[in-house]
Write a protein that binds this ligand. Structure first.
Ligand code: FMN
Length: 178
């Protein structure tokens, strides 16, 4: 049976909440697992048809060691290993040989409309997915937080659930998936 896998990085819990909401939406028609990048497998099983990845925007991009250290120093975040996250996982993950479809999301601040329009974390996630051999089959989605440490803007988890359902329909209709 085919499955979907959602892999996330989250410092303050917002991207984790979005990842679980997306998984809820996907679960309406596809068996879906959700896991943090630090616990994600180094090799993805062949029955995974759709891989969804996502995490926060940090300094106009994906989190990296320096921005994670910044989150610890500036905002008191607890990050056991600032050298490991979604970027690092995507650089080394081995995907099924016969291909996997993928979609990316990010979370971002809602306070700066111009900045919010910039699309760096999800765009880099898509590049890394492509480099790993995945086929990006749906446009990236962006979810807003009210402040650096959250919470998510009202309605964003519902929007993530709907996006998950849309991705599930795409898998079912084979627009996404092989
Ligand atoms: C070090 C750091 C840098 C950040 N840089 C940006 C940024 O460039 N653009 C933005 O929209 N949000 C930025 N933020 C806010 C994060 O996007 C926000 O903390 C995140 O989306 C919350 O998700 P999380 O709870 O899963 O960590 C930054 C946050 C931190 C800690």
């Amino acid at each position: 049976m085919s499955r979907a896998l959602v892999v996330y990085e989250s410092v303050f819990g917002d991207a984790r909440a979005i990842a679980h909401a997306v998984a809820d939406g996907l679960s309406t028609s596809v068996q879906t697992d959700v896991v943090s990048a630090s616990e994600a497998p180094a090799e993805i099983d062949g029955d995974v048809r759709l891989l969804v990845v996502g995490g926060p925007n940090h300094a106009l991009g994906m989190p990296r060691p320096t921005t994670r250290e910044g989150a610890v120093k500036q905002y008191g975040a607890v990050i056991p290993d600032t050298g490991a996250g979604l970027h690092e996982w995507l650089e080394t993950v081995r995907l099924p040989r016969d291909g996997v479809s993928a979609a990316a999301f990010d979370t971002r601040g809602s306070g700066h409309p111009m900045l919010s329009k910039m699309d760096h974390a999800a765009r880099t996630e898509e590049k890394l997915l492509h480099r790993a051999g995945a086929q990006v089959g749906a446009p990236a989605e962006h979810f807003f937080v009210a402040d650096t440490k959250g919470p998510l803007v009202e309605g964003e988890e519902d929007r993530a659930r709907r996006w998950g359902r849309t991705l599930a329909e795409l898998v079912a209709s084979s627009s996404v998936g092989r």
